[in-house]
Each structure stands twice: as structure tokens, then as C-alpha cells.
Design a protein around this ligand. Structure first.
Ligand SMILES: [Zn+2]
Length: 116
């Protein structure tokens, strides 16, 4: 079965809507598949066609649409933030056919690594 056809079929089965609470306390209901806001009682998402169920509404807190991830790893004692060449996160990318150390978090000169 084609993936697109399968996902269309899956959308025929009602999925429970999500009650999203924004940081300012405002609540709204969202389609569990595409996260678009839906009107109370809608039986279908107007965005993606997902069938909606209202029996067991899931609750989700929304923190401005993002969370913070922390990762600890070791760097050399002479490492300074922004030194992508010595950073274990960096990878080598080609820019104008030259190899450069690229930051997967696109921080480069605005490196936010904290050393302790
Ligand atoms: Zn949807």
C-alpha cells in the first residue's frame, strides 16, 4: 500500500484532539495530526482531514512551541566557546569548495556553550 494512501486511511479513524495550553494560559483545541487549531465539536480537521474524537482530550502544555535541551560533554581544557574546530559537535562542511567546521546548531561565532 502506498504511504500516502495508508496515511489517508489512518485519518479515517478518529484521533483524540489535543487541548493546548499556551504560556499565557489561553487554551485551544488542536488536531493531533497537524497541530492546527480546530473548532470545538468538529468531527474532521479542515487542515489535514484527520477524523477527530472528543472523548479523551489530551492535554499539552505549550512553551512557546519549543523546549530546552541540555547536553553535557567533554571538551579539551583549552577549548573556548566558538572554537568549532575543537568542538566535538562540529562537522566538516564544504563552503565554496573549502572545508569548514560547521556547527549543527548554527551557532558558530554566537556559541552558547557554557564551560564548567
Ligand atoms: Zn489536521
Amino acid at each position: 500500500m502506498q504511504d500516502s494512501l495508508r496515511s489517508e486511511l489512518i485519518k479515517q479513524f478518529p484521533a483524540e484532539v489535543v487541548e493546548v495550553t499556551e504560556k499565557n494560559g489561553k487554551k485551544y483545541y488542536a488536531c493531533p495530526t497537524c497541530k492546527r487549531a480546530v473548532a470545538v465539536g468538529d468531527d474532521k480537521c479542515s487542515g489535514c482531514g484527520q477524523s477527530l474524537g472528543w472523548d479523551n482530550i489530551r492535554k499539552e502544555e505549550m512553551a512557546n512551541g519549543s523546549k530546552t535541551a541540555l547536553l553535557e560533554f567533554e571538551v579539551g581544557s583549552d577549548f573556548v566557546p566558538g572554537d568549532c574546530r575543537r568542538c566535538p559537535l562540529s562537522y566538516i562542511a564544504k563552503v565554496n569548495s573549502e572545508n569548514v567546521y560547521e556547527c549543527p546548531l548554527k551557532m558558530r561565532a554566537h556559541c552558547k556553550l557554557k564551560l564548567s
